[in-house]
Design a protein around this ligand. Structure first.
Ligand code: PA5
Length: 427
């Protein structure tokens, strides 16, 4: 459910009339998206995942890790954030703990490895290209730590990768359980494939429900933003950006969705930040950031839209009765009532000062709702990219940085490395 109400009479704002005019472009963009899906074109193919993902292959690849007490994903960007989003949203008290090793900060790597029960840890190495230096380096360190601890790493490692690259060679050489990244699916659009779902499978979550939620949203895509919540979000954020809302604050009101905001930030930034266009994603958490960032969102520069995201159902807990002076109004309320009141207060506060806000609601933080939310945001992003005319599914700046880092370590791609060194010598 997407409510654009607070984005209509705001500054910057978008009027109902403009949205109606934009709807013709949404219809054209939808036709292009559908054609890309039918032809299985790069990127658009990601929007076919709910129907195409091979859940049995995922279940059998993770079967050897049924005894895992922890699962460590070694992957970065789109190869880590999807798994982390699902794990942090869905993990129950008895599930194996999920960790993602993406950064190569040596102190962090050492601390994490020291804290893990390595003999009972499943290592999920993910890299679509199979060549990403952070992932491969971290994996070599993890492998060595396992060997030092007397653990046979080949018994504890699952590989998810593309059709070629160093990682596939390694998996083949050691006969490791192997999942393929499906064709045509860029990293940041891969959460609904083996890339995001393997950890959910190890944690015992309902993969069918995740895919069913995504399929619900896929089936509902139509050529009008007034009929398709995902397109309403994509079209409104595009129109707002064109009118000056160049920052999009993703503010979930559920601790379990904090990593979702990180996933969204990557999706939005890496897909839409092209040709001098795009919308800078900012991450906030309700109600926590009402006590910090909200001041800026309400009274700072008028270049923002705030996305307020909440589940309409959640496990609740009563606030205990108290006879403390002035607190009697809490009597009979729950923490759920309070967080909903905080949500309503923020929405009202932004509306009172004319800051655009978009309300996004999901039924709960469960498998089906998450599938619908993740797919919906991917569809919104693809629509935004079509309207803006950018190349949504490429990431040349990210690739440049990857090549340059490899080059600086002596791993080839010298031109990029020389450019970095030239730049450094100017300082
Ligand atoms: O969305 C993307 O393409 C990137 O964020 C990649 O997922 C990230 O760079 C990791 O790449 P790879 O999976 O090849 O290791």
């Amino acid at each position: 459910y997407v409510d654009l109400g607070s984005a209509l009479d705001a500054t910057p704002g978008v009027s109902r009339d403009s949205l109606e005019r934009l709807d013709d472009q949404v219809a054209t963009a939808h036709d292009r998206i559908e054609a890309g899906r039918n032809d299985h074109d790069h990127g658009y193919a990601a929007l076919n995942l709910p129907a195409r993902v091979d859940l049995d292959a995922i279940r059998s690849a993770v079967a050897p890790f049924a005894d895992a007490e922890a699962v460590l994903t070694v992957g970065i960007g789109g190869s880590g954030l999807g798994a982390a989003t699902l794990a942090n949203a869905l993990a129950g008290p008895d599930d194996p703990d999920a960790y993602v090793l993406d950064n190569v900060d040596p102190e962090h790597v050492a601390r994490l490895l020291d804290s893990l029960p390595l003999a009972r840890t499943a290592v999920n190495v993910v890299s679509k290209s199979g060549t990403t230096v952070e992932t491969l380096s971290n994996f070599l360190v993890v492998r060595e730590a396992m060997a030092d601890a007397g653990v046979d790493w080949t018994d504890r490692t699952l590989v998810t990768t593309g059709e070629s690259g160093n990682l596939r060679q390694l998996a083949d050489a050691h006969d490791l359980p192997l999942l393929s990244v499906p064709d045509g699916v860029p990293g940041r659009f891969s959460v609904l494939s083996s890339v995001g779902l393997a950890v959910a499978a190890i944690q015992g979550h309902d993969l069918d429900a995740i895919c069913a939620g995504a399929a619900d949203t896929a089936d509902g895509l139509s050529g009008s933003l007034f009929e398709t919540p995902a397109y309403a979000y994509g079209a409104a954020t595009y129109a707002l950006a064109a009118r000056g809302a160049t920052t999009n604050v993703m503010m979930p009101y559920a601790e379990r969705l904090e990593t979702f905001a990180e996933w969204f930030a990557q999706l939005w930034a890496e897909s839409l930040g092209k040709d001098g266009l795009g919308q800078t994603p900012a991450r906030a958490l309700g109600a926590t950031d009402q006590h910090s960032q909200l001041q800026l969102y309400r009274a700072g520069p008028r270049e923002k839209v705030v996305t307020l995201l909440r589940p309409t159902h959640r496990p609740d807990r009563p606030i205990p009765e108290t006879d403390l002076d002035g607190l009697s109004y809490l009597g009979g309320s729950t923490l759920g009532d309070l967080i909903d009141a905080e949500f309503g207060a923020t929405e009202a506060s932004l509306a009172a000062s004319g800051v655009p806000a978009i309300r996004v609601e999901i039924d709960g933080v469960d498998e089906r709702s998450l599938g619908a939310l993740l797919y919906g945001m991917e569809a919104a992003c693809v629509l935004y990219g079509e309207l803006a005319g950018v190349s949504t599914f490429t990431q040349p700046a990210v690739e440049w940085g990857k090549r340059a880092a490899r080059g600086l370590l002596g791993g080839g791609d010298v031109p990029a490395a020389e450019a970095v060194e030239d730049r450094a010598s100017l300082r």
